[in-house]
Design a binder for this molecule. Structure first.
Ligand SMILES: O=C(O)CCC(=O)C(=O)O
Length: 201
């Protein structure tokens, strides 16, 4: 597990009008492998339906929600009742709470099975996350590009790969000033697991 070491932000661009921090080697390779294996095999994956112009489609990834007792959270008309923390998620939550100094009470889990799975442009700006949410995002498995685009200045577009075992933090005004996405790719690629820890107020 990393601390706020010199690695932090060393391999992402400087992103104006936002606070984005990145540790590409938060978990060392062997630890990241073992966490990924445990996540894939213990989470009861969920295939949500989304409605686009009145037609129903499968959401292009599998998901699940974990959190403190009684927490509900959702986005784009999808509502989840949080499952109680499992052992591996609790272990990771404890690590990132120590590293960041922030507490989290919910974790949205995403499983991108291949290059056709994706997460379209959006901001994590649901009212229940409060004014300036801190989002801690962990990546395991296949590297995918994280894209950011500024809401007003069209020149401020950035992308960088999210490494196996990495930790990305977005905080302060970032959800007001930028949208982010994981785009589809035609490349033949493997599976990626993403965890986003958040705090529902
Ligand atoms: O998979 C990722 O890295 C991004 C996930 C995301 O944007 C979300 O769950 O809101």
């Amino acid at each position: 597990m990393g601390t706020m070491s010199t690695l932090f932000n060393s391999d992402i661009p400087l992103i104006p009008d936002a606070t984005v921090q990145y540790d590409g080697r938060y978990y060392a390779f062997a630890k990241a492998e073992s966490l990924q294996f445990r996540l894939v095999n213990t989470i009861p994956w969920r295939q949500n339906k989304i409605t686009v112009y009145g037609k129903q489609y499968d959401e292009p990834r599998l998901t699940q929600l974990y959190g403190d007792k009684g927490i509900n959270y959702g986005y784009s008309g999808i509502n989840f009742k949080a499952l109680p923390w499992n052992e591996v998620l609790l272990e990771i939550k404890n690590d990132i709470e120590k590293t960041t100094g922030h507490e989290f009470n919910v974790c949205l889990v995403n499983r991108y099975r291949n290059g056709q799975d994706s997460n379209g442009w959006h901001a994590d700006n649901e009212k229940v996350l409060g004014e300036n949410p801190v989002i801690a995002s962990l990546s395991f498995g296949q590297e995918r590009y994280f894209h950011l685009r500024h809401n007003e200045n069209k020149e401020w577009r950035f992308k960088f790969p999210l490494h196996h075992g990495s930790l990305l933090i977005m905080k302060d005004q970032t959800q007001h000033t930028y949208q982010h996405q994981i785009a589809k790719t035609k490349r033949q690629i493997g599976e990626r697991i993403n965890l986003t820890f958040r705090k529902v107020l």
